[in-house]
Design a protein around this ligand. Structure first.
Ligand code: ADP
Ligand code: MN
Ligand code: MN
Ligand code: MN
Length: 355
């Protein structure tokens, strides 16, 4: 019998990337846009510095990122964290995608964000809090997790931040996911059960511009990966159940140094005034299928209207009540859909309020 000795130093590095498909809502509920593969590194790299990890490549023709006759795409490590599932020296390696000539791939929205971060942006130290809603699906994927087979649960009401076996479905995955995010060292700021049963939210932030996108991507990957263990598929579809059920969004909370200082409300109002003029640019990039969610019902503002207000959950931009009371803080952009690319939201907010 041949015994292969595994080098105790061998490190498993999970190279993760975003395929740029934004979840293809037209393809149905069961899809996701995260990809990954494992690299065994004979001598563990323990610096946690992405520059110390080798670039890699993948077949872009299998991810919708290249044609078959010239299909290699490059993975460039950009964010490293401990792998909370494998443990030890193993790591998760978030990558951005380059063409073979090292130019950012058209799907590389991270590079587009990095390109606009100049000294003016840095001086304002922008921070983001990303509320990632998602819907758990049972095996087979036709129905939210925990819903009666071939039927419906009680109407919405008792489920948001609920407790109890009759109203909360899938807490085991939501808890395991939060644990994994904490062990990975991500800045997760909380979780809650959502308005539609089987729907949940986790929040990443407050984090800097690139950091927000990187951490949201890793957190999404962890959610899908842990779903394999629990037999639960999670979808970021903006409106997984038609009818009188809430859709799934990704409210993005945003602040700058000027907004956080005493009297910051002036800067918040100035930013909202600017955002009112670029509504269409945002709305067209805030997630595909978002028109199914932004109807004006179910705690949203309709897609064609730009409205802001204090504590108003039917607005496009909300100023949270504690922010109004303190006269400083942050604003909440309620428009992004759950399947939005976080690097895009962050770029548009910075570009259209600071540049
Ligand atoms: P909601 O009341 O809309 O459900 P959440 O508590 O889910 O709000 O999310 C609020 C998010 O805003 C959290 O991720 C939090 O970390 C983030 N946040 C708090 N302060 C700031 C700030 N100054 N700038 C940006 N984000 C912030
Ligand atoms: Mn929330
Ligand atoms: Mn929510
Ligand atoms: Mn919110």
């Amino acid at each position: 019998m041949l015994i292969v000795r595994v080098n105790a130093q061998t490190q498993r590095a999970e190279y993760i990337w975003y395929d740029g498909n934004e979840g293809k809502p037209e393809k149905g509920l069961m899809f996701n846009e995260m990809r990954s593969k494992t690299k065994c590194i004979p001598k563990a790299i323990t610096s946690m510095n992405p520059k110390d990890f080798p670039s890699w490549s993948f077949d872009g023709s299998s991810t919708g990122q290249a044609e078959g006759n010239n299909s290699d795409c490059i993975l460039r490590p950009c964010f490293i964290c401990p792998d909370p599932i494998r443990g030890g020296d193993d790591v998760l390696v978030m990558c951005d995608v380059l063409d073979p000539d090292s130019v950012p791939h058209v799907s590389n929205t991270r590079a587009m964000l990095a390109a606009i971060i100049n000294d003016k942006v840095k001086a304002e130290r922008p921070l983001f809090g990303f509320e990632q809603e998602y819907t758990m699906l049972g095996k087979g994927g036709a129905h939210p997790y925990g819903w009666p087979i071939g039927g419906y649960p009680a109407p919405q009401g008792p489920f948001y931040c609920g407790v109890g076996n009759e109203s909360v479905y899938g807490r085991e995955l939501a808890e395991a996911h939060m644990d994994a995010c904490i062990k990975a060292g991500l800045t997760i700021s909380g979780i809650n059960a959502e308005v539609m049963p089987g729907q949940w939210e986790f929040q990443i932030g407050p984090t800097g511009a690139l950091e927000t996108g990187d951490q949201v991507m890793v957190a999404r990957w962890l959610l899908h990966r842990l779903g394999e263990e629990f037999g639960i598929i999670s979808t970021f579809h903006p409106k997984p159940m038609k009818g009188d059920w809430n859709g799934a969004g990704a409210h993005t909370n945003y602040s700058t140094e000027s907004m956080r200082q005493d009297g910051g409300m002036k800067a918040i109002e100035a930013a909202i005034e600017r955002l009112s003029k670029t509504h269409i640019e945002h709305i067209t990039q805030y997630g595909s299928g978002n028109e199914q969610r932004l109807t004006g019902a179910h705690e949203t503002c309709d897609m064609d209207t730009f409205k802001y207000g204090v504590a108003d959950r039917g607005s496009s931009i909300r100023i949270p009540l504690p922010v109004q009371l303190a006269g400083k803080g942050y604003l909440e952009d309620r428009r992004p859909a759950a399947n939005v690319d976080p690097y895009v939201v962050v770029r548009l907010l910075i570009k259209n309020t600071l540049l």
